[in-house]
Design a protein. Sequence first.
Length: 77
Amino acid sequence: EEAMPDIKQHLYVCAEDSGELRRHRAFRDYLRSHPAAAGEYARLKRELAARFTDDRDAYCDGKHEFVEDVLKQCGLS
């Protein structure tokens, strides 16, 4: 069985005119203007990183509800 590489970075790319990039920017801008939400998101990410050190999918799944809630507040979902 081949060992998985030790991945240190994760790169995510969106087309400049994509809806996904609009979602990312809306999420970023919301956190910039809502420090309490940014702190809550940081806490959630630390907790998930500790729980899912070797499972990127579970880490991302754990953030999903928070991200979607923010996007709903931005008028996106």
